[in-house]
Ligand binder design. Structure first.
Ligand code: S3P
Length: 441
């Protein structure tokens, strides 16, 4: 089976209005929360991707009734702590760090042993970050070198914890929040800023949560063991997936795109703020708030005079999944762009900092990396005319999509491997881009 794409033509001018598939973070969170609610919950526009489907399939393995219909997904929950499964059940999280880390919090009080495993990329990622706080709750975890596969031996008498989360990881924060739901008493988390979808859902569901927001960190207080009712959710479009089309438009000539119904949660929109600093004209239309989450249509145009940017590191968590595509835009900007404290970028589906540097060098962009910072010497006249092969990127979906955007906007003749990687987060990426006019074989 062919698992690469060939691109040898730039995309022609376009003027399009498109829908982007459902947000991955919200799809996974809805499914997990619905599995613990009382009654039938429905999600509309849930993302149909491997990461989300692995979540749904795993919930079924944990005894939850899940059914997927044409227009919605339904989960029939029986309340908090009602997973029902055999001892030593194996859960396969595939490529999804979000699902693997969040479900560990939900399984914190399970009386049966459960094993979490994942694909090659996920099995190389750090799980100490969630093992540490779960141990403090009283959960026993067996692993080799704090990586998957991991065996969880839950505890029915969890104790609430006070925890300082220093990485700015929403996955760690949410894992702790889910464990706190299973615990009598009050858990307190002081956490570096990160996406706050879990907090928003807890608040919407009227769970006893208090969030105190400060400049660089938040304090979250949660009282556990409270039941909540089933809830329906219309999942908005994913800004991380939309970002590839934003970049495609900015880097193409005389083009314009309207991305409809996109989640614009402030903790996710760092890309829009950085691009505005770089001279990109972005308009938000039809703004509204839905169940605690803001959404809007995003209008973007081609940009001729892109300017380099110095990204303040307190913005990193607001654009963590968009950094690869932002680096590509910086390669076409006038001047030197700077990004600092990017350690977390090395802990994604691949070491994205290393891959970005090699990629930029391959296309002739001058880059310097010093510890976890990067300097990108932009070139507004960057045009490619050689042949390039993109391989060995750990099947990282975002690396694949970034490379397609580079090929379609900078030129050259490209072979890009591992096209199936898009199934993790955005299986319709290639079909949408072809509809816009891209010639991809
Ligand atoms: C996610 C959080 C981020 C992000 C990931 C999704 C989430 O990871 O990179 O794609 O849904 O909570 P970290 O929490 O590790 O930063």
């Amino acid at each position: 089976m062919v698992s690469h794409v060939l691109i040898s033509k730039k995309i022609k001018d376009f003027n399009q209005s498109i829908n982007i598939s459902g947000d991955k973070s919200l799809s996974i969170r809805w499914a997990l929360m619905a599995s613990q609610a009382i009654g039938k919950s429905r999600a509309y526009n849930i993302l149909n991707s491997d990461d989300v489907n692995n979540t749904l399939f795993s919930l079924k393995k944990l005894g939850i009734k899940v059914s997927k219909k044409k227009n919605f997904c339904e989960i029939d929950g029986k309340g908090l702590g009602t997973f029902f499964f055999k001892n030593n059940t194996v859960i396969n999280a595939g490529n999804s760090g979000t699902f693997a880390r969040l479900i560990m919090g939900m399984l914190s009080n399970s009386r049966k042993k459960v094993v979490i495993k994942g694909d090659k990329s996920l099995s190389n990622r750090d799980f100490e970050r969630v093992i540490k706080p779960l141990n403090l709750f009283g959960v026993k975890i067996e692993s080799r070198k704090k990586k998957l596969p991991i065996k969880i031996i839950g505890n029915n008498f969890l104790r609430p914890i006070n925890y300082v989360e220093k990485k700015g990881s929403a996955q760690v924060k949410s894992c702790i929040m889910f464990a706190a739901l299973n615990t009598f008493g009050e858990t307190i988390i002081k956490c570096k800023k990160s996406r706050d979808h879990t907090e928003n859902l807890f608040e919407y569901l009227k769970l006893p949560i208090k969030v105190y927001k400060n400049k660089n960190f938040d304090i979250i207080k949660i009282k556990g063991k409270r039941q909540f009712k089933a809830f329906d959710y219309k999942i908005p479009g994913d800004i991380s997936s939309a970002s590839f089309f934003i970049a495609l438009t900015i880097l193409s000539k005389n083009s314009k795109i309207l991305l409809k119904n996109i989640n614009i949660n402030q903790s996710r929109t760092g890309i829009l703020d950085i691009l505005k600093k770089m001279n990109v004209k972005i308009k938000l239309k039809n703004k509204l708030t839905y169940k605690g989450e803001p959404k809007a249509d995003i209008l973007v145009r081609s940009t001729k005079n892109l300017q380099a940017v110095n990204c303040p590191s307190n913005m990193n968590s607001r654009l963590i999944d968009e950094l690869l595509i932002i680096f590509l835009i910086c390669a076409k900007a006038k001047g030197i762009s700077y990004f600092k404290n990017l350690g977390e970028l090395r802990h994604k589906e691949s070491d994205r900092l290393k891959i970005a540097v090699n990629f930029l060098k391959m296309i002739g962009v001058k880059v310097r990396v010093k510890s976890n910072g990067i300097k990108i010497h932009g070139n507004p006249n960057l045009e490619l005319n050689k042949s390039y092969v993109m391989k060995n990127f750990n099947k990282d979906h975002r690396v694949f999509m970034m490379t397609c955007i580079a090929a379609l906007t900078l030129g050259g003749s490209w072979k890009i491997n591992d096209k199936d990687s898009i199934n993790s987060s955005f299986p319709t990426f290639l079909s949408i881009i072809k509809k816009i006019g891209a010639k991809i074989k």
